[in-house]
Design a protein around this ligand. Structure first.
Ligand code: G6P
Length: 617
């Protein structure tokens, strides 16, 4: 939520910053802004809307400067307009700030500053912060770094900030608590960003700031770059330099019209990458180092709690079914936002699995902290290497699907389910809760997934054809049973988030307790009715819909004629193990949502009001 990028060095800052903003736009696109430092002046350009709107605004303007900060906003405090856009100046335009997060106690601070005669030009908590820093700096006659230290020690909330001063154009101060920041170390230049995507084309050397870190980034008079990191207690830290694994082609659309479509089509490869080095088909073995190193925690626990948000919460539900079936351990699934605030009972021998694509979701991070405070062991399943959640958890597994840029999650979901199954297989073998045959069958099924995903992607044209029929539907119902119930939730979420059609997912049997009242000839009902589990039961549910004239779109196993004959539209996917259907059947659901959204001319990669990385609660 909100993207931050900053540059300090010999080059012109503007082209680096604007490209960086494009890379970070998935984090928010309510407004965009930039501040360039030139000739002891801070020049801000900002605009409501997308980064392209900002580019339009600055055409023909003077964009010189070797230092600058830039921001793409997902609005929290204050409507998304020009004056609430970042960067924000302090009084007299001495300082400029960009911020990702929420300053919770901004109201009393603002009152105090108003009392001191300061004036405000926006409704944001961010402007209050920069004014507060400036006020402390002047009142105490201290350096900017010292003022940032003093201000942040009084601030409650979450932040990733970058501040630049007109009097010291060779310095940027950055700080984080609860929102991510990465520093890139180049040849006599320094970069700062919310994630590594704006940095990767300039340098592979990065430092991930930790909560409480305050970084002073400087270009010295001899042109060399200098970086000093201290914590809130002013203790100097020696940061660890990481080498980025990412490459540039991962961040481009690769010939597809949208990132989402590219990411849907990448899934045969991403599942292969996720399995690589973990599954050995010849030796019939699954090995996840994080699980092997901590197997006692899993084997001795009385229960597992999985916590996540959004799509990751749906993969958690699939995980519940997989882990209970293969391990015979009770599993609970909690929305992180509920887990963190309610009076949760956590035992020290609990194992908590936290799932997150971005590794930055604020509620999930808070849930992890709560679990740790109560002595539980926390295992992460994340995609973004080096993000906050993998660093906050005791151990974990990366999904390794590469950057997911489309706001609607696709390839991350399928890989999360894949990791959950590998975890369950590893542990079930240790626990002896799985027969050798079943273990081998499931390994085979996992290994054959990429080829089956490729086959399923060939359904794209068929799905596009009938998407046209449903483009202007106002509602959709998604039904599934067993492993396909969480998938029904995920299918409905995909449709509503990118096409703005109201859609609900339901366990098929629950339909008769309410949603059935909505069914008429106008209501498309998508039923995932693959051939295992409660197949006969779902056939009955389809009959119930038909009896009320609902239109059936079914996802069936190849060769199924029964459900096909009951359906208005039918999509047949390759046969696979029941617990792998959520992976395979995701493809038609993702494609259906995608095509409907494109036909409706919606912005598929950046749907309204949403953001990819939700770093506020
Ligand atoms: C946002 C995204 C979703 C994502 C959810 C959880 O709402 O738009 O696609 O599923 O956050 O994010 P996480 O990174 O924790 O998986």
């Amino acid at each position: 939520m909100c993207g931050i990028v900053a540059y300090l060095g010999k080059k012109e800052a503007y082209p680096i910053l604007i490209k960086g903003l494009h890379r970070l736009e998935y984090r928010g696109y309510d407004s965009a802004g930039i501040c360039l430092s030139d000739n002891k002046k801070l020049v801000i350009y900002k605009q409501r809307g997308k980064v392209s709107d900002l580019e339009e605004l600055v055409k023909e303007r003077d964009l010189s400067g070797h230092a600058g900060i830039a921001h793409t906003r997902w609005a929290t405090h204050g409507v998304p307009n020009q004056c609430n856009a970042h960067p924000h100046y302090s009084e007299n335009e001495d300082l400029a700030i960009i911020h990702n997060g929420i300053i919770e106690n901004y109201t009393p601070i603002k009152q105090e500053l108003l009392h001191e005669g300061r004036t405000f030009h926006s409704d944001t908590d961010t402007e209050v912060l920069v004014q507060f820093i400036d006020y402390i700096r002047i009142k105490n006659n201290v350096s900017l770094l010292e003022a940032v230290h003093l201000a942040l020690s009084q601030v409650i909330g979450a932040y990733a900030i970058a501040i630049i001063s007109k009097n010291d154009p060779n310095t940027i101060i950055a700080a984080r608590k609860g929102s991510p920041l990465v520093i890139g170390i180049g040849e006599d230049e320094l970069f700062l960003a919310s994630d590594a995507t704006p940095i990767v084309e300039h340098t592979q050397k990065v430092i991930y700031l930790e909560d409480g870190d305050i970084a002073e980034m400087r270009i010295l008079p001899d042109g060399k770059a200098k970086l000093d990191i201290t914590n809130l207690e002013k203790v100097r830290k020696t940061p660890l330099i990481h080498k980025l694994e990412m490459n540039l082609s991962m961040l481009e659309k690769g010939g597809f019209p949208h990132f989402m479509l590219k990411e849907i089509f990448e899934q045969p490869r991403t599942i292969r990458d996720c399995l690589r080095g973990r599954i050995n088909a010849e030796q019939n073995n699954v090995a996840l180092s994080g699980i092997i190193d901590h197997k006692d925690k899993f084997l001795n626990t009385r229960r597992i709690i999985i916590t996540a948000c959004g799509t990751s919460w749906h993969s958690a539900l699939v995980g519940e079914y997989i882990l209970e079936e293969l391990l015979h351990i009770p599993v609970e699934v909690e929305y992180s936002s509920e887990f963190r605030y309610r009076d949760t009972v956590i035992f020290p021998d609990d194992v908590i699995i936290a799932i997150s694509q971005s590794g930055e979701t604020a509620d999930t991070l808070a849930a992890i902290e709560k679990a740790k405070e109560n002595g539980a062991f926390v295992y992460g399943i994340c995609n973004v290497v080096g993000s906050s959640i993998p660093r906050a958890t005791h151990s974990g597994t990366y999904t390794h699907v590469g950057p997911e840029i489309g706001v609607a999650s696709t390839k991350a979901f399928t890989a999360q389910v894949c990791v959950l199954l590998m975890m369950a297989l590893c542990l079930a073998k240790e626990k002896k809760t799985i027969s050798e045959k079943r273990y081998v069958d499931l390994i085979d099924a996992l290994c054959s997934l990429p080829a089956k995903l490729e086959q399923t992607l060939k359904l794209d044209e068929q799905i596009f054809d009938f998407s046209k029929i449903f483009t202007y539907s106002r509602n959709f119902l998604y039904l599934g049973r067993g492993y396909n119930y969480p998938l029904a939730l995920e299918g409905a979420l995909k449709l509503k988030e990118i096409s703005y059609i109201h859609a609900e997912g339901y366990p098929a049997a629950e339909m008769k307790h309410g949603p059935i009242a909505l069914i008429d000839a106008e209501m498309p009902v998508l039923v995932i009715a693959t051939n295992k589990g409660s197949y006969d039961k779902i056939v009955s549910n389809i009959q119930e819909v038909r009896a009320r004239k609902g239109r059936i779109i079914s996802i069936v196993t190849e060769g199924d004629e029964t459900v096909r004959s009951l359906s208005d539209f039918c999509i047949a996917i390759p046969e696979t193990e029941e617990m792998l259907v959520p992976i395979l059947a995701s493809i038609p659901l993702q494609l259906l949502a995608y095509h409907i959204a494109v036909l409706k001319k919606c912005n598929v990669d950046q749907p309204r009001n949403l953001a990819k990385s939700v770093t506020v609660e």
